[in-house]
Design a protein around this ligand. Structure first.
Ligand code: SF4
Length: 725
């Protein structure tokens, strides 16, 4: 048996694991025994794995694995074809769409689980081989508002600007909208110091598994009304300032914008915050006092997650969390910090290498003339040939199949989807499916027949985690090696191979290497000098066990740097070295109307991951969590005549009356689970499940104007008892 050191295929904690497998044979040879995984010692997981990690090897050799390209035939069925036929057909469809409708008629939708090499080459493929501006990725639904807030405040976005291991010394951790006990369980061990000190403070409208960790004196749980987290944060800032707790010296030396900030939080005194959020004024004061005491005398961290970020004002809410951290003097300090907990496996690297509509590799702005010149040199193309900014994900998806108005560019007519299952994961999923069906041609690359692949004209079977080489960047900005532990099925190909062949067929004016190491070498050059500089990182250094966090430039003396585990110790990334306190204002929260309306928040559960394409196919995970159930407070259920286990129909409230009249409109059909973990005015539904259980059938394509983040946490819905399904 061989033992290969690699990392988990799922979330951004990127727990280290070993894959134990039979020696790799020829690509057609089946493994003698099923591979297994074991946790490996590493700073983020300290040898631990969660249930998803423990069962990850079951994805390898899975009977539903795609092993040959599938083309939709005239009878509507997906049928196997050769790679030659598949690639030739794609090139022809691209040419037809672009000849008829222009370059932007072809779009690309990427994923936050792709390796750095794939994310980089996909961005280059879109801009250089296709010449389209229409590229974005599913990280838009995940990290975009926190990224926008960090860029605005610090001039740089790296999820955690410090190593996870630093949390061991914390006596206070404020965790806002993050349920790590279910989403990344090994992370909980990093909260042990704060729990032991009674300093774990969780803000979540739900009594989540993480909020429950605050029981028995381990900390505090603040349970604000839905979508009042921004007000809560403004209130905490108000108490810190008016209680004389602000770190005056730090603010004077290292920040700008204090006067505006003071004015912006003035309207939010504790009693007014209590009226808006339901959080008692005394608890608000106690929280602020504890944070301030810890920031002065101990070690204090503020961490955010999707709960406060996935809002149509997510950038402002994340900004308010950063403002609070700056008021306490935490970012860049040796006694604490601020960070956001990235979700997807390569959610960090995925947003650095050019998959985003507005960015070029190295985390550069696509509108920056110097960045464009740099990439033009690396790619060997004229600067003017690199398209400008495209459309953020929700707008890109809304454009699918749209005809061109007179004198204007129409929508995307031909779409590539890589590493994303948007029929399940995108907001207003019914409209997304309609958009996909309106396309002239849809190509989906995946290793399982996902719900999005089922809509495709052509499905390309690609490699999965333990079959490929590459790098990932975890939630700390640490670059990791993903290694090949087993042979892939004979008919599957790496996305790098696919992009290489397609680029040749499309006469691309630049080389598209298919070897991951070669791609990484090009990525290093492309990122050099940018905010996310990888130029000093090599496969050799990573394979030698070096711990390398970006920025890690190649020095002018030719010597690579040691990387940057901790950012902002001396200066922030704005030109003047100072952080920005950005005054933000809260709109009045929109309350449920009282006519049976409840507020739906979507989220994750322990045994499933993202759209469930992988975890729903792992028997023991599916057995433990076979379906999405609607968590409903017993008081709300009683008023609606709903008992535990009843089938319920969930509709957007504005559409419920019309839908009742016409029996039309998207609805979710699931069973109810009565639970005291949710407030009487809210319901919670996991988003991992497809079909009529897909939570995103009722979420809206309403987005944050700054980041493009959809509103996933406050959909007003009507819940009704439904006939037994
Ligand atoms: Fe994998 Fe994340 Fe679980 Fe670790 S916490 S085993 S990275 S899913």
């Amino acid at each position: 048996m061989t033992v290969t050191a690699t990392h988990c295929p799922y979330c951004a904690l990127q727990c280290a694991m070993s894959v134990v497998a039979a020696p790799q044979g020829p690509p057609t040879g089946p493994a003698a025994a099923a591979p297994e995984v074991a946790g490996r010692e590493f700073p983020t997981n300290r040898g631990g794995l969660c249930r998803k990690g423990w069962t990850a090897a079951e994805l390898l050799g899975h009977p539903e694995r795609l092993t040959e390209p599938l083309l939709r035939s005239d009878d509507g069925e997906l049928r196997p074809v050769s790679w030659d036929v598949a690639l030739t057909r794609i090139a022809a469809e691209v040419r037809t769409a672009q000849d008829r409708y222009g370059k932007d008629a072809v779009g690309v939708f990427g994923g936050g689980g792709l390796t750095n090499e794939k994310a980089y080459l996909l961005g280059k493929f879109a801009r250089v081989a296709l010449g389209t501006s229409r590229i974005d990725y599913n990280g838009r639904f995940c990290m975009s508002s926190a990224a926008a807030a960090a860029n605005r405040a610090f001039g740089l976005d790296r999820g955690l600007p410090f190593p996870v291991a630093d949390l061991a010394g914390a006596d206070t951790v404020l965790l806002l909208g993050s349920n790590v006990a279910e989403t990344m369980p090994p992370f909980v061990q990093h909260l042990a110091g704060a729990r032991d000190a009674g300093g774990l403070i969780v803000v979540d409208p739900r009594r989540s598994a993480t909020a429950a960790l605050t029981a028995d004196g381990a900390g505090l749980h603040l349970q604000p009304a839905p979508h009042t987290d921004l007000i809560l944060l403004l209130g905490l800032a108000h108490v810190v300032i008016n209680g004389g707790h602000a770190a005056r010296g730090y603010l004077t030396e290292r920040t700008e914008g204090m006067e505006d900030l003071i004015r912006s939080v003035a309207p939010w005194w504790p009693e007014r915050v209590q009226a808006a959020t339901g959080v008692p004024a005394a608890l608000l004061r106690e929280t602020a006092a504890r944070l301030a005491h810890s920031a002065r005398t101990g070690s204090c961290y503020i961490l955010t997650g999707r709960g406060i970020e996935q809002h149509a004002d997510g950038t402002d809410t994340a900004t308010a969390a950063i403002n609070l951290a700056l008021l306490l003097g935490l970012p860049g300090s040796a006694r604490g910090g601020y960070g956001t907990l990235t979700g997807q496996g390569n959610g960090q690297g995925g947003r650095e290498h050019g998959q985003k509509a507005d960015q070029l590799p190295g985390y550069r702005k696509i509108t920056d003339p110097a960045a464009r010149e740099h990439l033009a040199r690396v790619w060997g193309v004229p600067e003017a040939s690199i398209p400008g900014p495209g459309l953020p994900a929700v707008e890109l998806l809304a454009s699918l199949g749209a005809p061109a108005a007179e004198g204007q560019t129409g929508g995307v007519r031909c779409l590539f989807v890589h590493g994303a299952n948007i029929v399940v994961s995108a907001p207003d999923a019914t409209a997304v499916r309609r958009g996909l069906q309106a396309l002239d041609f849809l190509v989906v690359s995946d290793f399982f027949l996902s719900e999005t692949a089922l809509e495709a004209d052509l499905v390309l079977p690609v490699l999965q985690w333990a079959e490929e080489e590459g790098t990932m960047t975890n939630l700390e900005g640490r670059v990791l090696r993903r290694r090949r532990a087993v042979s892939p099925p004979a008919g599957a190909r790496s996305e790098l191979w696919i992009l290489n062949r397609l680029a040749a067929l499309l006469d691309a004016p630049s080389a598209f290497p298919e070897d991951p190491r070669e791609v990484f070498e090009e990525l290093r050059a492309a990122s050099a000098g940018g905010p996310a500089d990888y130029s000093g990182i090599t496969y050799e250094r990573l394979d030698a066990g070096e711990s390398l966090h970006w920025p890690c430039p190649q020095g002018p003396d030719g010597l690579p740097s040691a990387g940057t585990p901790r950012l902002f110790a001396e200066r922030f990334a704005h030109a003047d070295g100072r952080a920005r306190l950005v005054a933000v204002r809260a709109a009045a929260p929109v309350r449920p109307s009282g006519r049976g309306e409840l507020v739906l928040a979507t989220g994750r559960v322990l045994e499933q991951y993202q759209s469930g394409t992988q975890t729903r196919r792992v028997a023991s995970l599916s057995a433990a969590q076979p379906e999405g159930r609607l968590s409903l407070h017993p008081a709300a259920a009683s008023g609606l005549g709903i008992a535990d286990g009843d089938w319920v129909r969930v509709r957007r409230s504005g559409e419920a009356a019309a839908a009742r009249a016409s029996s039309a409109g998207p609805a979710v059909l699931v069973r109810a689970e009565l639970s005291l973990s949710v407030r009487p005015d809210t319901v919670f539904l996991p988003f991992h499940f497809p079909g009529s259980a897909a939570a995103n059938r009722v979420t809206e394509a309403r987005t944050d104007p700054i980041s493009g983040m959809p509103e996933f946490k406050t959909t007003h819905v009507i819940v009704e008892r439904a006939p037994v399904q």
